[in-house]
Design a protein around this ligand. Structure first.
Ligand code: DC
Length: 234
């Protein structure tokens, strides 16, 4: 039997969103990239001039904010559409300002509680692929299959750099690598639900893979899951 609830975690730019989206198409499952919820709260805080170090106000905001994640409404390479009060913020939540502040916002335990509850509601119906940092460890500890996607910081920076250049962004490889290292450090050292592999996760090392190889590798894993705790490389 195919796993019904699939948790995918890993550091920034490890390939987890590409993998999650691909598997959702492959299996015809619902896909939720949970980083979007943390980014939407961060975007709304900036937009409403709430200081991102005001933990109480940000926590209130996370509890009240109605973030909608819908199937793509525009054909512009997006995997989903994100809305707040009917405003399309799909690309706005990818800005450097949101990216620079989201680790701080996502470290607040009250914010994590509010968003974790929402994620669990969404997963209740099954046939879902959820991507994030703590899905296998905290959000869905009973997931049928847990994948932990890794790649070296240099490889991840290289991928993100190419992606950003393609989008016309003016960045250097060194800046991208520094930003990735900073986020790795913040995401894995925070007290609340730090980034780490669940003990029963299958670790997938994508460092030496092309995108096609990576996607074939995870298709094989969902078709025939290896034992929990194993490490799969190309
Ligand atoms: O995957 P991403 O870059 O869009 O995630 C944005 C931020 O949200 C990232 O700094 C870590 C945080 N995050 C989290 O703490 N837990 C999740 N389940 C998903 C994202």
């Amino acid at each position: 039997m195919k796993p019904s609830t699939i948790a995918i975690d890993g550091p920034a730019a490890s390939g987890k969103s590409t993998i999650g989206y691909h598997l959702s198409q492959y299996l015809d499952y619902l896909y939720l990239d949970t980083g979007v919820l943390y980014r939407a709260v961060t975007w709304a805080a900036i937009n409403r001039h709430i200081a991102t170090d005001d933990e109480a106000a940000i926590t209130q905001l996370a509890r009240r904010l109605n973030v909608e994640v819908l199937a793509p409404t525009i054909d512009d390479s997006r995997q989903y559409t994100v809305c707040i009060a009917e405003q399309d913020i799909t690309w706005a939540i990818r800005s450097a300002e949101v990216t620079g502040n989201v680790s701080q916002v996502s470290a607040y335990p009250g914010v994590r509680d509010a968003l974790t509850q929402r994620m669990r509601q969404i997963a209740r119906a099954g046939q879902v692929i959820m991507v994030g940092r703590d899905i296998g460890t905290v959000v869905l500890p009973d997931a049928d299959l847990k994948l932990y996607i890794v790649a070296t910081p240099e490889e991840r920076a290289h991928r993100r750099y190419l992606e950003m250049r393609e989008q016309g962004k003016d960045v250097t490889y060194e800046e991208v690598l520094a930003s990735i290292r900073r986020r790795d450090e913040l995401d894995s050292s925070r007290a609340a639900a730090p980034l780490r592999a669940a003990e029963d996760a299958v670790t997938v090392d994508t460092t030496a893979c092309s995108i096609e190889e990576m996607l074939h590798m995870v298709e094989r894993i969902v078709d025939n899951p290896p034992p929990p705790g194993s490490i799969v490389t190309n």
